[in-house]
Design a protein around this ligand. Structure first.
Ligand code: ADP
Length: 469
């Protein structure tokens, strides 16, 4: 079996969020399970590509409408990622220091065309083509509808929806950029008057998955306009919970940490990381430390953070640390808040992979008051590192965190995303922190919960097998 993943992100090559973590881990587990699993992604102008060596495998030109673009497919030399990695280098479109921007329609359409053109030349075609999110959402359409790709028509395709909020919409005026197809099937590209790559993939892929069972159900009621389409296509849709890379995210070996630890040395080990964090960011080590890591967007509840943090800091003797970036107005407010709560609140506005690892290892609680959370990886990293997750019960958070008031519970859950519920959840965390026996017991317990990719990677393999019978 040969599985070809096509994606805009893949850790450690280029990461914006959870998509990268999934595409950097799932193929590795599939490869370890004895299958050929590979990733095709864009060649960006970033630290990874600057510091690595590549060999050119293929040189050609692609057409985006009337415009011609030269491109190359490169492979990574000295690859120790655990799967084959291929990067599509289109210098005029993809070789940028960002992953996403305003010109994504042309960039990712060219990427998809280049990937398929190259695939046409392969002797051994994939057993399954696995597309991730809207950036690769036109591939199932092109493989089944464009005459250029008729040789790929019978290869099963899988779409995984990592986030249905973003759909890649563009105007029908740009339809000429898509390689020629039977125009009477243009409806397969359309949703609500626009070309919608995510909707098109839901219609054209052989199977559609998303990253948690609860999110699959929730999308039928709220999916940024795609609810009825997902309900209609529900027979081919399934939710498979993401795993985490058990090797990369291992507090015992994690090279980013100030001090490594395992389930037996958790108390001392976490203290070392918390001490460093508190000394770097002027926080009191003795107080319970609540942290948020992530994109500052409405889906994560970020607009409520300034008010919720203010209230929680006024009410309780705690520290809060935030690592993230996103909405400008929210960033400004979160920076302003530092003045009022010097010594008990701090924020790093930006992206920092090392710091994120230290926060999972040093913060006592990880906050995730998400409005939408398809799967969420932060809570799983928190569990693995012994930080207690405080989550809004939705999507993947609902599938992975049980409230301490319930049998077998280990986290703190709240129902709504409001300032009141966030501050009340923090207050429950404070109480738990004070009860040292229970707190320490829970820390050890959560570190033993296994969220590695083993089970989910197998679920994907079974899905591919069902398509190739
Ligand atoms: P999403 O994909 O919606 O952003 P996930 O919870 O699925 O959210 O994944 C987020 C991933 O991105 C995690 O690995 C998290 O640690 C990382 N991350 C998010 N923001 C930052 C940041 N500012 N600095 C470092 N890592 C971050």
């Amino acid at each position: 079996m040969k599985i070809t993943h096509i994606s805009a992100e893949c850790y450690p090559v280029a990461k914006v969020g959870g998509l990268a973590d999934v595409v950097g881990a799932l193929p590795k587990y599939q490869h370890d399970a004895g299958f050929t699993s590979e990733v095709i992604m864009p060649f960006y102008d970033n630290k990874f590509t600057k510091n690595s060596e590549f060999s050119v495998l293929f040189t050609s030109k692609l057409n985006l409408g009337k415009q011609e673009y030269p491109y190359q497919v490169k492979t990574l030399n000295n690859n120790n990622l655990g799967f084959n990695l291929y990067l599509v280098d289109i210098p005029e479109l993809l070789f940028t220091d960002y992953v996403y921007s305003f010109d994504d329609t042309d960039r990712f359409l060219a990427f998809q065309i280049a990937a398929l053109n190259w695939m046409l030349t392969w002797d051994e075609k994939p057993t399954t083509v696995h597309c991730h999110d809207h950036h690769t959402g036109l591939i199932p359409f092109m493989m089944t509808q464009s005459k250029d790709y008729s040789a790929l028509k019978n290869i099963p395709t899988v779409l995984t929806i990592h986030n249905a909020q973003y759909q890649g919409w563009f105007s029908h005026e740009k339809v000429g950029l898509i390689p020629e197809f039977n125009f009477s099937n243009v409806g397969l590209l359309d949703w609500d008057g626009s070309i919608n790559p995510l909707a098109s993939a839901i219609k054209c892929a052989w199977k559609v998955t998303t990253v948690s069972p609860s999110y699959m159900e929730e999308m039928k009621k709220a999916a940024n306009g795609l609810e009825s389409l997902l309900s209609h296509e529900s027979a081919k849709c399934t939710g498979i919970l993401n795993g985490i890379d058990w090797e990369v995210w291992n507090p015992e070996t994690d090279p980013y940490l100030i001090g490594n630890y395992n389930i037996n040395t958790v108390e001392l080990g976490r203290d070392v990381n918390k001490k460093w964090l508190c000394s770097q960011y002027n926080l009191d080590f003795k107080k319970p430390l609540f942290a948020f890591i992530g994109r500052l967007v409405g889906e994560k509840g970020a607009d409520l953070f300034p008010k919720a943090f203010e209230k929680a800091l006024q009410k309780s003797n705690i520290s809060i640390f935030l690592l993230g970036s996103g909405n400008d107005a929210v960033e400004v407010k979160l920076i302003e808040l530092k003045k009022d709560f010097e010594g008990s609140y701090n924020a790093f506005i930006g992206y920092d992979e090392k710091l994120a690892h230290i926060v999972y290892a040093g913060a006592d609680f990880i906050l995730m008051p998400s409005r939408v959370e398809p799967c969420g990886l932060n809570q799983m990293y928190a569990l693995r590192y012994g930080a207690i997750p405080i989550v809004r019960s939705i999507g993947g958070l609902k599938d992975t965190v049980i409230d301490i008031s319930e049998k077998g519970g280990f986290g703190i859950c709240h129902k709504e995303v409001t300032v009141l519920e966030i501050t009340e959840a923090i207050e429950r965390g404070v109480k738990l922190f004070k009860n040292k026996t229970t707190y320490n017991k829970i820390r050890k317990k959560i570190m033993g919960i296994n969220h590695s990719w083993d089970a989910s990677a197998l679920a994907y393999i079974n899905l591919y097998k069902s398509l190739n019978q």
